[in-house]
Design a binder for this molecule. Sequence first.
Ligand SMILES: Nc1ncnc2c1ncn2[C@@H]1O[C@H](COP(=O)(O)OP(=O)(O)OP(=O)(O)O)[C@@H](O)[C@H]1O
Length: 263
Amino acid sequence: MSTDIEQTPDMNPADKRPGGELIRLEQVTKRFGDNTVLDHLDFSVEAGKHVTLIGPSGSGKTTILRLLMTLTKPDEGIITVDGQQLFPAPEKQVREIRKQIGMVFQQFNLFPNMSALRNITEAPVTVLGMSKDEAEERARDLLDLVGLADKCDARPSQLSGGQQQRVAIARALAMRPKVLLLDEVTSALDPELVAGVLDVLRDIARTTDITMLCVTHEMNFARDISDQVLMFDSGRIIESGPPEKIFSEPAKDRTREFLSAVL
Ligand SMILES: Nc1ncnc2c1ncn2[C@@H]1O[C@H](COP(=O)(O)OP(=O)(O)OP(=O)(O)O)[C@@H](O)[C@H]1O
């Protein structure tokens, strides 16, 4: 069966390059005053892979997503997305690359005065120049994908937290990003709403080739969707590997301690 949504990855031919590198950080350092939050960090993510960032609070995981979203800038280093430099780079280039990156935040950040449908169509129409009809058709498909086909006209205040987060996921996908950044997307939800959101993300991970970078404290979810897990401590990656390795036989004591505290 081939639905519109299952074609999401095909909308970005670059995603299909097997093994092609999509994201690269080279010697990236970020400081807030005296606090070195990321310390000469190097890593890369291949197109279509799902990478989960784990580690103690304050270890710099969210800062990486914010750097890729250009919500903050590094003090040193180079960030490249799909072969083009995101930092350092001229503003016009940054804007173009930014269109390829979608992010879902802990707090859903929906426009409160817009319907679910309009929340999803707004950026494709205004930023990508998509026709209103095309944007609406796609938004309806995406709402269907996240299990909210009947909520097109609902405002955020009429939706549960879990439903709002599913709209936020649909909104990020509407921009046809090559990369989806997920920042603790279930942390603000009541416990009974977490599973529904994670199931939607599992589905997206399984049925599309979108590249995902995910910060989460949901270790079972990380185990399910990840190709690679990066363990952070004090702004450095201290260990990385496939989930079955990191979760079952971590090489570092620090990883073992962290996992025994959260699992
Ligand atoms: N805007 C800011 N100004 C000053 N310090 C900041 C700012 N943003 C982050 N930090 C600091 O940077 C460090 C890393 O924060 P970051 O949010 O990346 O950690 P994290 O690993 O995602 O933690 P958590 O799991 O708690 O979200 C923390 O010490 C934090 O206090």
